[in-house]
Design a protein. Sequence first.
Length: 153
Amino acid sequence: MNYPAEVGKEISFVLHNYKSIDKLIEKRREEILGTLNDGKDSWMKSKTQIYGHTIEDIIIRIDEDDRISRLLSWKKLLDDFFFHLYVDDDYVLSSFVKLKYLENKNDEQINIALDLTSEEIKFLDVKIKSFIYETAKRMYMYDEVEVNKNASK
C-alpha cells in the first residue's frame, strides 16, 4: 500500500460519493447558514444582513470553510481523474472504477463482470488509490509530515 490507511478511507469515501459531492457541498453550506441563524425574522431587518450577519460575512465563511474547500478540491481531482481514465482507453481499469465506485458493486460482482481474481481486484484498487493519493499530494491536499504523523499513531 502506497498510502496511509486514513487516506485510503478518505479516497474510498470520495470515490463512492463522487456523484453526490455537489450535494455534500450544498449540505455543508446549509449547515453553515444554520449556525448563523440568530432568528428567522431577523434577516428582514436589513437588506444587507441575513440572520444578523452581513452577506459578506456569510460568503466569506462559506468560501473559507475547510470542508467545502476540501470537497471542491476532491471534485476537481476526480473530474480530471475520470476524464483521463476514460480517455486513456484502459477498459479493465475504467470498468473496474465504474463498477466498484460509481455503481457500488461488490468484489464478487466485479469478478463476474470482468473475470478478475480477488488479488487482481485488490491490486487495481490499491493502484487507483495510490495514483489518486499522489495526485492529491501534488495538489497540496495532504501534508506529508501530517500524514506520516497520523500513520504512526
